[in-house]
Design a protein around this ligand. Structure first.
Ligand code: FAD
Length: 445
């Protein structure tokens, strides 16, 4: 994808031109969001709730698969609540915390009881999770257009965004959508950002993860998200530089998968081989095997550590995987995608309250600054932990027998892995987590 010159634009209009009700043909809006994953739907829903006219463009139709572990920590639940999603409706499976398994021992870490976060997590297959969020954004007032594949950003002579061109429907009819601001929420491919020259920082890792669904009545209602820290890479004698998971979906299925960080100077980890090596270790009564498999094994990249910067340039804001927002501590990215969507929406709504020009630009540059304030130090520390420990030895060192035997250390570990602590600190563990993060220099950009 490369950007296209928008010769027709004398500057986009935002005068509320009525769109055709069927969404056919060219359209205008105040903001265009590319991609209706968690980042895009959250951004669109928050924008619409703030009274902004927003077009949400998605290349697929719903429901559709998205390769994921389907697990949400309390941070993700908090974002769902902030969006106004009904998490008491059928289809959600609650969990109490994480169960880490390492060298024959298992330890349960309940989610922390914090003032700022719920004390439970959720699972739900992305097959209908993403549809639910996109439908919610539409109900809030966003104009959702599915089967619309964005093919290029449109720019004026000065190089500022004026909208996007796209191919619509099965016939790939060419269409143009115009808006002065575009939110890139198109996931790990980050094609919209790349078209504007926003390359990823290759010093920051991109992990890989794979998942498969199995039918297991024995585990589908497990109240914990189970994680295995002592998996091996067959044929190498090395530990997996990541972890394996077994997440209950509550509908008769479990989501089993594993993720691995890249190891400097070594070949990519063979996740299929690592999974085949691991599965025979699961208890036989779980019934996990080829005969209970419900899907093929599928993998996808996990862009981490804020690996694409700046997250605002020339009318384009990057949210979620397109900005490499997956946590380098845990591989969690859905909560971060929704949170970034909310921050982007708030920044845009405030910016649009100013006249176009330098003052509005100044307000938009607040978005990367706010992302840095929230995650800069945490991601830096996580990247360092990844380089020094996790990519070399996996998660086994974090679950040393002394840690597993110490409830305060386990509580600190849970808060660190899931980035959940009250601020200001309400107990000693919060204080330790904050002190640790303060010791890390804040990134400057
Ligand atoms: C195997 C695996 C397991 C994972 N497990 C977890 C987990 O358990 N918990 C967790 O929090 N995170 C997990 N993640 C990470 C999580 O899936 C991502 O971080 C998250 O989906 C990012 O959301 P997003 O909205 O930024 O991108 P996406 O979810 O990728 O959404 C991008 C959307 O943009 C659309 N799109 C792309 N290009 C275009 C285009 N040109 N035009 C229009 N639309 C377009 C796509 O169709 C898609 O709908 C996992 C990832 C993997 C690979």
């Amino acid at each position: 994808m490369t950007s296209e010159r928008d010769d027709a634009s004398g500057g986009p209009t935002t005068d509320g031109t009525s769109p055709r009700p069927d969404g056919a043909g060219d359209e205008e809006a105040q903001v265009i969001v590319v991609g209706a994953g968690p980042a895009g739907s959250a951004a669109a829903a928050h924008l619409a709730r703030a009274g902004v006219d927003v077009l949400l463009l998605e290349k697929s139709g719903f429901p559709r698969e998205k390769v994921c572990g389907d697990g949400l920590t309390p941070r993700g639940v908090r974002q769902l609540v902030r969006m106004g999603i009904d998490i008491n409706a059928p289809g959600w499976m609650r969990n109490k915390g994480m169960r880490w398994v390492c060298e024959g021992r298992a330890v349960e870490l309940d989610w922390p009881r914090l003032g700022s976060h719920p004390d439970f997590g959720l699972t739900r297959s992305r097959y209908d999770f993403d549809e639910l969020l996109a439908t919610h954004a539409r109900a809030a007032g966003a104009r959702l257009r599915t089967q619309v594949k964005v093919t290029a950003p449109l720019c004026d002579r000065a190089g500022n965004l004026t909208g996007v061109s796209a191919a619509r429907g099965p016939g790939r009819e060419p269409v143009r959508y115009r808006a002065p601001l575009v939110v890139a929420a198109d996931g790990a491919s980050a094609r919209t950002a790349l078209a504007l020259g926003l390359e990823r920082d290759t010093a920051l890792p991109v992990a890989t993860a794979a998942r498969r669904y199995y039918r297991s009545e024995a585990r589908t209602h497990d109240p914990y998200l189970e994680l295995w820290a002592d998996l091996r890479c067959p044929g190498t004698g090395l530990d997996l530089p990541g972890y394996g998971w077994v997440f209950p979906l509550g509908d008769g299925r479990i989501n089993i998968g594993l993720g691995a960080l890249p190891r400097r100077g070594r070949r990519t980890v063979d996740l299929r081989a690592a999974l085949e090596h691991w599965l025979p270790r699961l208890p036989a009564h779980w019934g996990v095997g080829e005969e209970t498999a419900e899907s093929p094994l599928r993998s996808a990249p996990l862009p981490m550590g804020l690996n694409r910067r700046p997250q605002y340039r020339r009318g384009l804001l990057l949210v979620g995987d397109s900005a490499g927002m997956v946590s380098p501590w845990s591989g969690e990215g859905v909560a971060q995608a929704m949170e970034a969507g909310e921050v982007a929406a708030e920044t845009i709504a405030l910016a649009l309250a100013r006249p176009a020009g330098a003052r509005r630009e100044h307000a938009l540059h607040q978005y990367p600054a706010e992302i840095r304030r929230r995650w800069g130090r945490y991601y830096r520390l996580g990247t360092l932990a990844g380089d020094l420990v996790l990519a070399r030895y996996g998660y086994r060192p974090l679950l040393h027998p002394r840690v597993m035997a110490s409830p305060p250390l386990l509580r600190a570990l849970a808060r660190l892995l899931t980035h959940a602590a009250d601020e200001p600190a309400r107990d000693g563990i919060d204080a330790v987590v904050h002190a640790l993060l303060r010791a890390v220099p804040a990134p400057r950009r």
